[in-house]
Design a protein around this ligand. Structure first.
Ligand code: OGA
Ligand code: NI
Length: 308
């Protein structure tokens, strides 16, 4: 069993209808799919991978040895309780936004990541248009919902993660199971070291590395907007004993000021139970709840933010 692999270039040709249907299936049945021929030049992807790895090696690798997860794991191994660490992730992370301080002084890092982010943002918007069409919404509906006005634009971030080799991978997660808070997530994962898994029908299945593909998944806000047609799916990253897994996740999220609610067009034929599952709320409020409950089920988050 594997998540769907979709040739995005077929959207422009004779196979458009079939490709749209494939993506609809990916969104409805999986919540995750891999795009190939997505239009981002391989040369750029190769540079992105290289500058991120070089930056990690020179700026972070040494520091990880003294990090909290390493200390906690050492303590645990000494105690020999056999318990698993449940409150940390075996992960090194930095988040790039348009207007935060970037971690590297290398102009190559900055230029490459800027170029990559701008390409990925355009790809996210294309994917959102496909979702609009598949959901029977007006073209641009999701983008508009996430960008309510000139002052309040969508929040586009890029999380550069490394999952260093872990001597005791059964005792800690690379990244604990969660669903993503935001809109559309676009992941460039390591081409060799695997670790990402999604929960499908009660089973954890691997998201197999496929070099230079972009893995797409939908977050909690797409679930709300689609009134549950597109579920935000549980996923996690396993720690691995060998290999340093690099993954670069970009997220296209609503503005913190955006009001999110099920699209009125999608509210009709569903049962009352589903109808009450998704409230209307301001995304910034959702993020306050999420910050405390990221690794817990999402339903209580929807309830909590609905009551705010
Ligand atoms: C995340 C995430 C997966 C990965 O950052 O939310 O799920 O492969 N990352 O790093
Ligand atoms: Ni995630």
């Amino acid at each position: 069993m594997a998540i769907p692999v979709i040739d995005f270039s077929n959207l422009d040709g004779e196979e458009r209808a079939m490709t749209m249907a494939h993506i609809a299936n990916g969104c409805e049945e999986w919540g995750f799919f891999q795009l190939v021929n997505h239009g981002i030049p391989e040369e750029l992807l190769d540079r992105v991978k290289r500058v991120c790895s070089e930056w990690y090696k020179s700026e972070r690798e040494e520091g990880f040895k003294n990090s909290t997860p390493v200390k906690l794991l050492n303590d645990l191994v000494e105690l020999k309780t056999g318990e698993k660490l449940e409150n940390v992730d075996w992960e090194d992370v930095i988040t790039l936004l348009d207007d935060n301080e970037w971690p590297s002084n290398s102009s190559e890092f900055k230029e490459t990541m800027k170029e990559y982010r701008s390409e990925l943002k355009k790809l996210a918007e294309k994917v959102m248009e496909v979702m609009d069409e598949n959901l029977g919404l007006q073209k641009g509906y999701i983008k508009k919902a996430f960008n309510p006005n000139e002052e309040n634009k969508a929040f586009f971030g890029t999380k550069v993660s490394h999952y260093p080799p872990c001597p005791q991978p059964e005792l800690v997660n690379g990244l604990r199971a969660h669903t993503d808070a935001g809109g559309v997530i676009l992941l460039l994962q390591d081409e060799k070291v695997k670790g990402l898994q999604i929960l499908k029908d009660g089973q954890w299945i691997d998201v197999e590395p496929l070099p230079n593909s972009i893995v797409i998944n939908t977050g909690d806000q797409i679930e709300v907007l689609s009134n549950g047609r597109y579920k935000s799916v549980w996923h996690r990253v396993l720690a691995t004993p060998d290999g340093n897994r690099r993954s670069i996740a970009s997220f296209y999220n609503p503005s913190l000021k955006a009001t999110i609610a099920p699209a009125p067009e999608l509210k009709e034929p569903v049962t009352k139970e589903v109808d009450e599952a998704y409230p209307k709320f301001v995304f910034g409020d959702y993020m306050s709840v999420y910050a405390k409950q990221k690794f817990l089920p999402k339903e209580p988050r929807f309830q909590a933010v609905g009551a705010m």
